[in-house]
Write a protein that binds this ligand. Sequence first.
Ligand code: ADP
Length: 193
Amino acid sequence: MRLLLIGAPGAGKGTQAGLLAARLGITHISSGDLLRQHVRDMTSLGQLVKSYVDKGDLVPDGLVMDMLRKPVVAAAKSGGYVLDGFPRTVEQAEASYAVVREFGGEVQAAVHLDVTRDELVRRLLARGRGSDDTRAVIEHRLQVYLEKTVPLLEYYAGREWMFVVDGALPADAVHQDIVRRIQRLAAFSATSL
Ligand code: ADP
């Protein structure tokens, strides 16, 4: 199974991706976690991306694509992936589609985790993960989400493999909801899980 999770900062993408990876036996790939790891390890990529991540700006597409190409291709060839945090823009979606299409690794389902702005801010302030979870940076990341990622949701809207779940429910309930929707999709489209 090859899955995308799309949602605002704080929508619960990481939690749901972890649950789905365990349930479906697929690889969880988080662009944000990988970028933060590069920053912590002070790799050459980490040095290039640090200021973007700290400010809550999107890292340039080429850098994110180069970082993800290998793990995504490897996961697609061995059971599948749940991608959390990528693609985040229409441009990233189009560029990555061109890469994975060549070997039949296209995405089979995309899930939008829908959560109200008030709830997002509450969760992000409670999480306080680090330099990108301060109030000003949170506001900026939500703005970037509205400007860059909401158009991606519009771009995918209407495709039968794209669905929206209520991300404000408890994590367990959100998980069950996603699994039900994936099973229904698989039953109708002969998608193998
Ligand atoms: P959140 O979902 O809470 O915004 P992530 O962990 O997904 O956090 O991402 C953290 C930061 O990593 C983003 O603010 C951005 O700087 C960078 N980032 C993650 N994924 C991408 C991406 N696909 N394109 C560009 N930048 C990204």
